[in-house]
Ligand binder design. Structure first.
Ligand code: HEC
Length: 117
């Protein structure tokens, strides 16, 4: 009963996420976690669609409230961002955009270890 309650509590607001966020071993030294503006995945790939300067078709259907050039928005959605990437939902297949393993590691480290500004 309890196990079910816990299992069902994760991701119940999403139809697209198959499972939880990636497991990340966070470094004990906080300065080993990249800061927001150092996370290339976000600044170079996610913001191709999720950017407040984009509107209409150039957003390529990215939700209008998910602008990852904005730290507060990215911070609020950090775990979700990592989870979408972990399960292969973002960047969308067919977009022609991909992440390198290093970019993914860096994004996960940022997102799962406090998402510092
Ligand atoms: C080619 C455009 C494009 C790029 C690049 C892109 N996204 Fe998205 N994103 C979308 C679209 C379209 C949606 C809405 C449809 C969906 O959820 O699949 C979305 C939705 C999302 C959502 C909300 C999902 C949900 O179910 O609520 C998150 C979180 C997200 N993207 C994170 C990211 C991250 C992190 C990156 C960079 C690694 C990224 N996206 C790159 C187009 C993009």
């Amino acid at each position: 009963m309890l196990a079910c309650a816990i299992a069902c509590a994760c991701g119940d607001d999403s139809g697209t996420i198959e499972g939880g966020p990636p497991e990340v071993e966070c470094p004990s030294a906080p300065d080993e976690v990249p800061r927001f503006d150092q996370v290339d995945a976000i600044s170079q790939v996610c913001t191709e669609c999720h950017d407040s300067s984009l509107s209409g078709a150039s957003r390529r259907n990215a939700p209008s409230n998910l602008n990852f050039d904005d730290y507060d928005i990215a911070h609020a959605h950090a775990e979700r961002m990592a989870t979408e990437v972990y399960w292969g939902n973002m960047p969308p297949s067919g977009s022609g955009l991909t992440l390198t393993p290093d970019q993914i590691d860096e994004l996960f480290l940022w997102a799962m270890c406090g998402a510092p500004e």
